[in-house]
Write a protein that binds this ligand. Structure first.
Ligand code: AMP
Ligand code: ZN
Length: 475
């Protein structure tokens, strides 16, 4: 029985099976826009995609994972200008930061990570094909638009009511399309090529329609064609990308290549929320991995917290959620220790494997593995892991089988137990109180030192004295 996953287009659970004759499973994930650090909402989506890839690999499928970098759009151009850097230098810095965060969260690097700027000729070729086939037109200013009415099944992914397409509130242009609506034949049409504007600075490229830059949607169509072919197995992103971005990708790709069935399966993950609203840069309600590290949360705890809810349900971000992740990880580590002791292994021998060894089986972790194969049910799988750990076997041979199964389940989840936690950084007001207390203690004013200790405790911090200084720990 293959791995099952919900598909947005058919709204059904469908098996994930490679359709290429070489058996390689092609997976395209819309990647980050690199104009600042990715927030943990973005990482919920990337962690889920990584986990899906790991589950497929654990199932014996060879995956080709493509995740792009959006390194040209309004936000990156504006950011580079404000930073006084070239677009390339600006986006390189944020791409490197993204890679460091991905590594900390134990995300497997994609096999191909194409950038939009490096694929401008591919995008131009695709736009040329769309114009030639009558699916796109050139406006007076040299911008090119996709003609939505030329695509009879436009809206099939998001089950759109086509009668509402022409109204501004449901149009497919998306917020990034700043075109003058009078240039477009219909409000539903969206930009494929944007003619050069003064605020673009040096960021313009030649095209048959004059200098300019590509619209956002076309990059994923061009890069998936280049790296996976006209049709491929699975396309993924957060739910906000379903419409208009993915809908537009389908229209562009199918109309340009003539091949129907652009992606066989659509995997959309629900959002990470903060007090009922999507975590996003524009709402300013975001946390980055660095923000959480400064408060003492390890990337593994963050990964656990992001995986704790099912991918089809929005997940509310709270510090209580991180506390729960910390307790669950500690409980997992205690369970591992008990199993390892019965099996006669040390922690050092329990380095989770880097590739799956189907020969070794799953032991009593089979139920956890089955949950993962059934619509990526991570919370269900974690429940089964704890069920198995709650009743450790007495027989060393059985414990060794469970250790092997547990190592494989954790590899599929991307969870590494026993990872070191970062020391949290105290905020400046806490540090200055602590320095005053240290000075009071050095001058033997113990009453003042005690009062300051109490004040620190009130702020949630303990001060641990050493001979030559002090450490601060959250209580
Ligand atoms: P962006 O860098 O804005 O292009 O987004 C990168 C990925 O993060 C996309 O797949 C988005 O759908 C996803 N994303 C953005 N915000 C959230 C959120 N709050 N929760 C989950 N995924 C998100
Ligand atoms: Zn995309």
């Amino acid at each position: 029985m293959p791995v099952l996953l919900h598909d947005t287009m058919s709204r059904e659970l469908r098996p994930l099976l490679p359709r290429r004759p070489d058996g390689v499973y092609g997976m395209y994930c819309c990647g980050p826009t690199v104009y600042g650090p990715a927030h943990i909402g973005n990482f919920r989506t990337f962690v889920l995609q990584d986990t899906l890839r790991r589950v497929l690999e654990a199932d014996g499928i060879r995956v080709r994972h493509v995740r792009n970098i959006t390194d040209v759009d309004d936000k990156t151009i504006r950011g580079a200008r404000e930073a006084g850097k070239s677009l390339a230098d600006f986006t390189r810095g944020w791409t490197e930061k993204f890679h460091r965060d991905c590594a900390a969260l134990n995300l497997l690097p994609p096999h191909v990570e194409p950038g939009a700027v490096a694929h401008i000729p591919h995008q131009v070729r695709m736009i040329e094909a769309l114009v030639a086939r009558g699916h796109a037109y050139v406006a007076k200013d040299g911008s090119v638009y996709f003609k939505v009415c030329s695509c009879p099944d436009y809206g099939k992914l998001s089950h759109l009511d086509r009668s509402r397409l022409a109204s501004q509130d449901t149009n497919s242009a998306g917020e990034a399309n700043d075109a003058d609506e009078y240039d477009r034949e219909s409000a539903a049409d969206f930009a494929l090529w944007k003619s050069r504007k003064p605020e673009d600075g040096d960021n313009h490229w030649p095209s048959p329609w004059g200098e300019g830059r590509p619209g956002w949607h076309i990059e994923c169509s061009a890069m998936s064609l280049e790296h996976l072919g006209a049709t491929f197995d699975l396309h993924a992103g957060g739910v906000d990308l379903c419409f208009p971005h993915h809908e537009n990708e389908i229209a562009q790709s199918e109309c340009a290549t003539g091949a129907k069935g652009f992606a066989s399966h659509w995997f959309h993950s629900a959002h990470l929320m903060v007090e009922g609203r999507k975590m996003s840069k524009s709402l300013g309600n975001l946390f980055t991995l660095d923000d959480l590290a400064a408060r003492g949360w390890s990337p593994m705890e963050v990964r656990w917290a992001l995986l704790a809810g099912h991918y089809r349900s929005p997940l509310n971000f709270t510090f209580k959620g991180l506390d729960d992740a910390r307790s669950a990880l500690a409980k997992l580590e205690r369970g591992c220790d008990a199993l390892l002791a019965t099996a006669g292994f040390t922690r050092a021998e329990f380095a989770p494997p880097t590739t799956h060894e189907p020969r070794v089986g799953w032991g009593r972790l089979e139920a956890a593995w089955e949950r993962l194969r059934d619509d990526l049910n991570v919370p269900g799988a974690l429940g089964e892991v704890f069920k198995a750990l709650a009743h450790p076997p007495a027989d060393p041979e059985e414990a060794r089988r469970d250790v092997a199964g547990l190592a494989r389940v954790l590899l599929a989840l991307g969870i590494i137990p026993f990872a070191p936690r970062p020391a949290p950084e105290a905020p400046p007001e806490v540090r200055s109180l602590a320095e005053r207390r240290w000075a009071a203690k050095q001058s033997r004013d113990f009453a003042a030192a005690d009062a300051l200790r109490a004040e620190l405790a009130g702020l949630g911090w303990d001060m641990l004295d050493r001979k030559d200084g002090f450490d601060l720990r959250p209580r």
